[in-house]
Design a protein. Structure first.
Length: 99
């Protein structure tokens, strides 16, 4: 049986990016520290992955100040939502082919 792994979205297909997308589809928006806690990543590592998702147009970021401290808020875009849906469908089709 052949698995067409090349159809899997490389931008999403990383443990941290997949986890970030899974969190963002379930909330309206999420602050950086909330995402860091949910996906159990370091600041630097999470920043790199969020930037990659942002560059792909899958998430948007809004930077605000709360009590004079900068806060980054992330939101999944409609493009990101469709990409994540497609990603999950591709994984499911690979799994189903195995049964």
């Amino acid at each position: 049986m052949n698995y067409d792994y090349q159809q899997i979205d490389d931008v999403i297909h990383s443990r941290i990016r997949t986890a970030v997308m899974a969190v963002l589809v379930s909330v309206e928006e999420a602050e950086f520290n909330f995402l860091k806690e949910k996906v159990n990543a370091t600041d630097g590592n999470l920043s790199v992955h969020l930037k990659k998702l942002e560059e792909a147009g899958y998430v948007s970021v809004k930077k605000v100040f709360i009590d004079r401290k900068p806060v980054s808020k992330y939101k999944i875009t409609s493009r990101g939502f469709k990409a994540f849906e497609n990603y999950i469908e591709k994984l499911e089709s690979i799994i189903k082919k195995n049964n």
